[in-house]
Design a protein around this ligand. Structure first.
Ligand code: FEO
Length: 420
């Protein structure tokens, strides 16, 4: 049977109630989602806001040998064990724990699993085990696998794809040969807890669309190129289901997710402009509004004007990844850039987002510094500066506004040329 729904269990009341109680959900017969939702944590990695929560997806493959694919974060080990044990026979153990990714949001419950199943074999790669020893002091019962190695479980066989830096150096993926299920680790994941629906045909994509890109940019932005490379490592697989460690499981959107990762990982972007500004008394913001209006008049309808001091970098980065054009403005602050803008420049210099069109502008009262800092950033990136910087002293007036309009025209033209 290709998919299993709760209807399939109506004839087996015990199983049905058991699964409802412990919320273990079958992907297909004998392969289960045993993940957990987190609606308590405010900041993922103590950095990224979780307004819709997040899920930690783990999976159980039940066969002659039973394999658990990843675990959950440290405080939820007991909940995970309850789920797993509800799917095993009395006294039955798990044979393998496959660590696709050892970041603690997925490896936090490893010690709980080993305590419960002391004979379990841990499956990972050379790099997994280096980090495993460092994080948990675990050095025994290890089975190291390489790219395309296979592990037979009985009816089903697991095949491994080594895909480093998606998102840590040890990351790998596990494919259930014959069923087309790829347990993909962080790749293809999303922020947002699973509110009942766990498959893409059970959920509203409106709830997740932005969260998928926000997750990619926040968690994997620095390694985006490696995400694109990982696609090459799995292109030989016939993928019917993408089962990541966070967010929905993809069945209908498999190709869409692969295409999105190809685009995001190669820094392709939509026609649109993000105008980021830092202002103290509103002069730089007035310039931003003039640029925004002119862009719209020139046919650029995706324009986002963002006050750098009021919007979290998580959302700023997502918009920067989405759109091709970036126009940055800053007032002068202590002869330098406005602090919130400086923070963004610093973070971007680490993340190394590529292939953008850039304009810079700003204002000062007695000496400059803001625009100069933006120019320095422009020189250090590979972003294409599309116009001379615009800098105004005090209140912007006609001449400055005309220069802003000219910059908007240049940006609109450059965007048009990109499309051609
Ligand atoms: Fe979800 Fe990189 O851990």
């Amino acid at each position: 049977m290709p998919y299993v729904s709760t209807n399939d269990f109506q004839i087996d009341t015990h199983n049905f109630l058991n699964r409802l109680m412990y919320n273990t959900i079958p992907l297909i017969e004998d392969i289960f989602w045993v993940g957990l939702n987190d609606r308590h944590t405010d900041l993922f990695e103590n950095l990224w806001p979780l307004p819709k929560g997040v899920s930690y997806n783990a999976y159980l493959v039940r066969d002659e040998k039973t394999a658990l694919i990843d675990t959950v974060e440290v405080s939820r080990g007991n909940d995970l064990l309850l789920k797993i044990k509800s799917l095993l026979k009395e006294g039955q153990a798990i044979d393998y724990l496959v660590i696709n990714h050892i970041e603690p949001d997925h490896s936090g419950a490893i010690k709980d699993i080993i305590r419960e199943f002391p004979d379990i074999t841990i499956v990972g790669n050379k790099r997994t085990f280096q980090i495993l020893a460092g994080l948990y002091g675990i050095t025994e019962n290890l089975l190291a696998v390489k790219h395309k190695d296979e592990l037979p479980l009985g009816r089903r066989t697991l095949q491994f794809a080594i895909t480093p830096w998606v998102h840590w150096p040890e990351t790998m993926m596990t494919y259930v040969a014959g069923e087309g299920i790829l347990f993909s680790g962080d790749a293809f994941g999303s922020f947002g807890a699973l509110d009942g629906g766990i498959f893409d045909n059970e959920i509203s994509m409106e709830h997740y669309n932005n969260e998928i890109l926000r997750y990619f940019t926040n968690v994997m932005g620095s390694y985006a190129g490696m995400a694109a490379k990982a696609l090459k490592k799995i292109e030989h697989l016939d993928i019917k289901t993408l089962a990541p460690t966070h967010g929905p499981i993809w069945r209908n959107r498999v190709q869409q997710m692969l295409d999105d990762y190809e685009r995001w990982g190669t820094y392709q972007a939509e026609k649109g402009v993000v105008i980021l500004f830092g202002t103290m008394y509103g002069n730089t913001e007035k310039m931003a509004d003039v640029i925004a209006r002119r862009l719209v008049e020139k046919g650029v309808h995706n324009v986002k004007v963002i006050n750098s001091a009021r919007v979290h970098f998580s959302d700023i980065l997502t918009e920067l990844w989405r759109y091709k054009g970036v126009i940055m403005g800053s007032c002068a602050y202590n002869s330098g850039v406005f602090p919130a803008m400086g923070d963004i420049l610093n973070k971007l210099s680490h993340i190394k987002l590529k292939n953008r069109l850039l304009g810079v502008f700003g204002s000062f009262s007695w000496n400059g510094g803001g625009v100069k800092s933006l120019q320095n950033f422009a020189e250090q990136t590979d972003w294409q500066l599309i116009a001379e910087p615009v800098e105004t002293k005090g209140q912007p007036a006609t001449e400055s506004f005309n220069q802003c309009i000219a910059m908007a025209d240049k940006m609109a033209e450059a965007l048009e040329n990109e499309q051609a």
